[in-house]
Design a protein around this ligand. Sequence first.
Ligand code: URA
Length: 217
Amino acid sequence: MKVVNLGATNSVLNTFMAELRDKQFQQNRTLFRRNLTRIGQVMAYELSKTLSYSDTVVETPLAEKIVSTYDDHIVVGTVLRAGLAFHEGFLEVFDGADNAFVAAYREEGSADNLKIHVDYMVSPDLGGATLLLVDSMLASGGSMELAYQALLRAGKPRKLHLCVAIAAPEGVQHLKEVFPNDDVTLWTAAIDDRLNEQAYIVPGLGDAGDLSFGEKL
Ligand code: URA
C-alpha cells in the first residue's frame, strides 16, 4: 500500500486540520463538520490527479474546446456515522459519483481487544469502479478492513483509495499488511503518534462521530 500524507506539505489543509483538532473550535459542531468537509474536498482534488483522463469536446457559445476529463466510475464509500461530513467533501468534488454506505460500530474495549461489528451495507455495483473508501479516523484499521470486506459483496473495484483525515501508525501498519501491494493508496492529512488504551488516536481530536452529531448513549 502506498501512503500519501498531504499534511506533510504546507498548505491551507493544515489550517483546516488545526481548527478540526482544537477543542475551542470543536464547541461549534457546524464548524467541525464543515472542516471535515473542507478536508475531504482538498483530498478529493489531490486524488483526482491520479485518475484516468481522456479528451472531451465541449461546445462553448463561441467554438469547440477539447478538455481532458476523468473517465473513472467513482464510488465514494463511507463508514457510518463518523465518515459522513468527510464523505460530503468528496461528493462536492466528485458530484456525479455513486455512493456506498457501511455501518460499523465498535464495542468499547481495549486497543488490543477491540470488537468491530458491521451490520448494514448498501452499494452500487463495484465491478470495475474506482472505490474511495473514506472515514475520518484510521485507528486500528479494523473498521476500514471490515467495511472493505463487506463492500466486496457488491463486486471487485478496479482501483481502491482509502481516505482518512487522521491516521494512527497502528492503523497504517495494519492496512499495509492487509494491502501489501502498491495498487492501493492510503490518503491521509496527518499521521499521529499512537493509539491510547481505548483505541483513540493521540493527539487526534477526540470522537469524530460525537463531535459531528452529538454524544451517543
Ligand atoms: N474514532 C474517533 O472518532 N476518534 C479516534 O481517535 C479514533 C477512532
